[in-house]
Design a protein around this ligand. Structure first.
Ligand SMILES: [Zn+2]
Length: 441
């Protein structure tokens, strides 16, 4: 059984009048997945690229990080379809095995990367527009639904029909809700048919299904939400692409865990979302920070902060030349592998030399900072100092991340938005010697 239990709800001014546990307040909980995973919330998921947490081999992920769950997109694996069968489908085992995911880490499967790049072609009744590594194409809904059985994720996210415009018209809104409902029913039907149809009489474990909440006001998705309420027994969670719509969730669904799939804004955004009752966070900002050569260093604690003090940076740009001879760790007192074994000068040298180790070491450290941050949030709710911790954090740290000054690792088209006329993302690695610009080489 996939279950979620709210353990404690933070008492705040807003929540003091709320009777529903966790409807609009920070809360701790425990998510149990049928395949034996247990997760304390609030907590984070690490986004993956083609099934890999960027820069980390599976053994590094297991040994040197506290990542408990990863967010994997099907669109990352199916560029050969429909002309050829993608290797993922000819491989004789599960997706977990295909990407060598450590046994202790659970897998969340989504149709699209997060944040998803907008496709030029709109979705249709039977297809979702996706972007694979070789371009845009359609993903038939039935293919995603049948892939679930074969790939055996621990959590599967329902497909939302999200319009390409920020404020869709009345007809489009109606279509969004109807398609999302129909696609969710197809997914639930397949998942539960699988459970009931096990031949050996033993019920097969089913993945936890998280239903998408549309980025629309409550009134505009009223019928869809009431459909979710009718099916609440079959749902194990809710997934949001925008934090602005957490409050549309009706009371009957308040006991389900809420996953925020696009968390690019950093720790202040996380705190805002935790404060509104979100439980799980796909932390895209960590990868973006690591790629920029930036080391995070923030903590969530009960320390008192004076009002007059200058705010601290959330992170440090490791490309800065002042670190060239700095033999101190990234963060004094950090227990991660990077901080125990290496110093700033070495990491900066690796960045300058475009040595991949730089990003490996930064990713290990940055994930550890985020792990401690979520640990602090849970502790604050448990011990009753959440509000104090949150306001202290806001007073203590600047709201923006510093901007990286160096080049990141090589970028790929399917990871970044581009519009016509953009400069190339990657500097050319080689130039012709007789092109007349030898002086620059
Ligand atoms: Zn560290």
């Amino acid at each position: 059984m996939n279950t979620f239990r709210v353990l404690k709800t933070a008492v705040t001014d807003v929540a003091a009048t709320t009777t529903q546990p966790g409807a609009t307040a920070a809360r701790t909980g425990v998510l149990n997945l049928s395949k034996g995973f247990t997760l304390q919330t609030p907590n984070f998921l690490a986004p993956t690229s083609r099934g890999v947490v960027p820069h980390l081999s599976p053994d590094n992920l297991e040994k040197n990080t506290g990542v408990e769950g990863v967010y994997v997109a099907l669109e990352d694996f199916i560029e050969k379809a429909p002309q050829r069968v993608p290797p993922l489908y000819t491989y004789p085992s599960t997706l977990r095995s295909f990407i060598s995911l450590p046994k202790s880490t659970f897998l969340v499967l989504s149709p699209r990367r997060s944040p998803a790049i907008t496709c030029p072609k709109a979705n249709s009744d039977a297809n979702l527009s996706i972007l694979t590594s070789v371009g845009f194409r359609d993903l038939p809904i039935k293919d995603y639904v049948s892939a679930i059985v074969r790939l055996e994720p621990d959590i599967v996210l329902g497909i939302a029909d999200i319009a390409n415009t920020v404020s869709p018209g009345k007809n489009r809104v109606q279509k969004m809700a109807m398609r999302t409902e129909k696609w969710l029913d197809e997914l639930l039907g397949r998942v539960y048919e699988c459970e009931d149809g096990s031949k050996d009489g033993e019920k097969k474990t089913v993945p936890a299904v998280f239903a998408p909440i549309l980025p629309l006001e409550k009134e505009r998705q009223r019928f869809y939400l009431s459909h979710l309420v009718e099916n609440v027994e079959k749902l194990s969670g809710l997934v949001f692409t925008s934090a602005d719509f957490v409050d549309v969730v009706p009371e009957e669904l308040g006991g389900l865990p809420k996953l925020q799939s696009d968390v690019m804004g950093g720790p202040h955004q996380v705190l805002e979302m935790v404060g509104r009752g979100s439980d799980l966070f796909n932390v895209g900002f960590v990868g973006a920070t690591t790629d920029a050569g930036i080391a995070l260093h923030f903590t969530f604690s009960a320390d008192e902060v004076g009002d007059g003090e200058e705010k601290l940076e959330l992170a440090t740009d490791m490309w800065d030349a002042k670190f060239a001879t700095d033999l101190s760790p990234l963060d004094e007192g950090c227990e991660c592998y990077t901080c125990k074994v290496h110093h700033k000068a070495y990491i900066r040298h690796c960045l300058e030399a475009k040595e991949m180790t730089a990003w490996v070491l930064l990713q290990i450290h940055n994930l550890k900072v985020v792990e401690r941050f979520f640990g602090g949030i849970r502790k604050s709710i448990e011990e009753g100092w959440w509000e104090k911790g949150r306001s202290g954090f806001e007073k203590k740290y600047k709201s923006e991340m510093p901007v990286g000054t160096g080049l990141g690792p090589r970028l790929r088209g399917y990871q970044y938005k581009s519009v016509g006329g953009d400069k190339k993302l990657n500097e050319p690695a080689y130039r012709s010697l007789d092109s007349g610009d030898e002086d620059e080489l």
